[in-house]
Design a protein around this ligand. Structure first.
Ligand code: HEM
Length: 290
């Protein structure tokens, strides 16, 4: 078991926090990203919406600590957070330029170094595609490794995701093929995890906590946009987490939606989300907040 149980999202999953973080409180995730109940049956959804260019990437109270965490990961475990496929330099460069323009900053380098520079201007993780994943700087992976995704198309990237291929595989490919320059899209993903570390490239081999109240809600604000010069695309991921106790304290409607979403997860999807073990006790616990 590599996970070290702690409560500090900016400390890697396998390290003991060095600083005193007793005053840390997770930023409540933006309301617009919270999971919503769409239908009574489980279904993965593409769920992309157009996003105003001016609001492409977000800047908030967790931006600086996230960038600090990235800086440290790039210094100490660069091979785990940076990836480049041969031939991906131009696409990485174009993606980096877009981020730098958005941040109002100038890049000093080119290619993958420029993507690393750009990754330190924003809190978001950056993944670059040209039919397949060609480059990335990913410091907040939710139990996956960038190195295993290089060279893969969308279907292959999502192979571990139960019900992805049959429910959204085709629709995602269509969405990616139709991306336009200057019209980013936004979508969100949610899960429940028993460890809060943003940098968490693997899952634990056994459950980490004994009480549902020790779990965390983890949300990803994702954006997609075209890279018009190289013909590729760019995927950004901004990860938020909040203790589940604080999340349900936001209102009975939040607890009810979570309860209903978790209840209807097919076993294979719950297993993929590492939720199967906690599901029954979590549902009982959530009922008292509904
Ligand atoms: C409209 C586009 C997309 C949709 C609908 C989508 C959907 C999903 C879903 C449902 C999951 C499972 C999350 C969970 O249940 O916790 C997932 C995981 C993932 N997605 Fe996507 N995705 C999209 C685009 C992308 C893109 C562009 C990338 C770029 C590489 C990507 C990379 C991943 C990765 C790496 C995972 C984790 C896979 C693993 O566990 O190994 N996704 N995605």
């Amino acid at each position: 078991m590599n996970h070290v149980l702690h409560q500090h999202p900016f400390t890697p999953y396998d390290q003991i926090p060095v600083a005193d973080f007793s005053s840390f409180r997770a930023l409540p995730m933006p309301d617009a990203m919270l999971p919503a109940e769409m239908t009574n049956e489980f279904r993965h959804r593409v769920g992309t919406r157009p996003l105003d260019n001016a609001h492409w990437l977000t800047n908030d109270a967790e931006t600086e600590p996230t960038i600090e965490m990235k800086r440290e990961l790039l210094r100490t475990r660069r091979s785990e957070v940076v990836g480049l496929l041969e031939g991906g330099e131009d696409a990485a460069d174009e993606a980096a330029q877009l981020v730098a323009n958005f941040a109002g900053k100038k890049l000093q380098s080119t290619g993958i170094s420029a993507l690393v520079e750009a990754a330190l201007m924003v809190a978001d993780d950056l993944v670059v595609m040209n039919s397949v994943v060609v480059a990335g700087v990913v410091c907040s992976p939710s139990r996956w490794r960038l190195s295993t995704k290089l060279g893969q198309d969308m279907l292959a990237v999502h192979r571990p995701v139960a019900k992805y291929a049959e429910q959204v595989g085709g629709a995602v490919d269509t969405t990616m093929a139709r991306l336009k320059a200057d019209q980013p899209l936004i979508r969100a993903n949610w899960t429940i995890e028993d460890h809060c570390a943003l940098f968490q490239p693997v899952g634990p081999t056994e459950p980490l906590v004994s009480e549902p109240s020790q779990l965390w809600v983890r949300m990803e604000r994702q954006t997609l946009r075209a890279l018009p010069h190289c013909g590729g695309s760019m995927f950004t991921i901004r990860t938020y987490q909040q203790p589940i106790t604080e999340y349900v304290a936001r209102g009975a409607d939040k607890a009810r939606t979570l309860h209903s979403l978790i209840k209807r997860l097919p076993d294979d999807v719950a297993k993929y989300k590492s939720l199967l073990h906690y599901r029954e006790s979590l549902l009982v616990w959530l009922e008292s907040f509904c």
